[in-house]
Design a protein around this ligand. Structure first.
Ligand code: ASC
Length: 151
């Protein structure tokens, strides 16, 4: 059952990701809004899980696993929306996203790998396992912000 559950989440995430990659945006602002929305959802769930990982909120194993699954499913989505010409307007995206594509994609993939580990850890229902993987996941968010997001 556990395996089937994992498979279902993985399949849902893959479906989401391939749907999103097929997506095109009418206007550059639409892509900017899309990725900002995805990051906002990520931050909300990451913050809620982080509060538990850092003992600022009581541990609820089921809620933690749900947060981690949402994070893992949403994580690929914003990266489909850094399309050409979306470096202008109401965005903190730095030009390096486009001038250092390989580095940016690498940082995005690193984040997705870390949140996948975090989701696996959260499924064990053990807070120590979550704590053991949360730091690297948070670090992968921060690394990308440091290099590719304006203050
Ligand atoms: C969050 C959030 C981020 C990351 C980052 C991790 O919850 O909104 O941007 O974690 O602070 O270092």
């Amino acid at each position: 059952m556990k395996f089937l559950g994992t498979l279902a989440v993985a399949t849902a995430a893959l479906t989401l990701a391939s749907t999103a990659s097929a997506q095109s945006f009418q206007k550059p602002e639409d892509a900017v809004r899309y990725r900002q929305g995805a990051f906002r959802v990520l931050a909300a769930h990451f913050g809620a899980l982080g509060a538990m990982a850092n003992n600022r909120a009581p541990f609820d194993a089921q809620a933690a696993a749900r947060h981690a699954d949402v994070i893992a499913a949403i994580a690929p989505l914003p990266f489909h929306a850094f399309t050409a010409g979306t470096d202008k307007g109401e965005t903190r995206a730095r030009g390096e996203i486009w001038s250092e594509q390989a580095k940016f994609r690498g940082a995005a993939e690193k984040m997705q790998a870390e949140v996948t580990k975090l989701a696996a850890a959260a499924k064990t229902g053990n807070l120590d396992n979550i704590k053991a993987t949360f730091g690297a996941a948070a670090g992968s968010c921060k690394a990308c912000h440091d290099d590719f997001r304006r203050d």
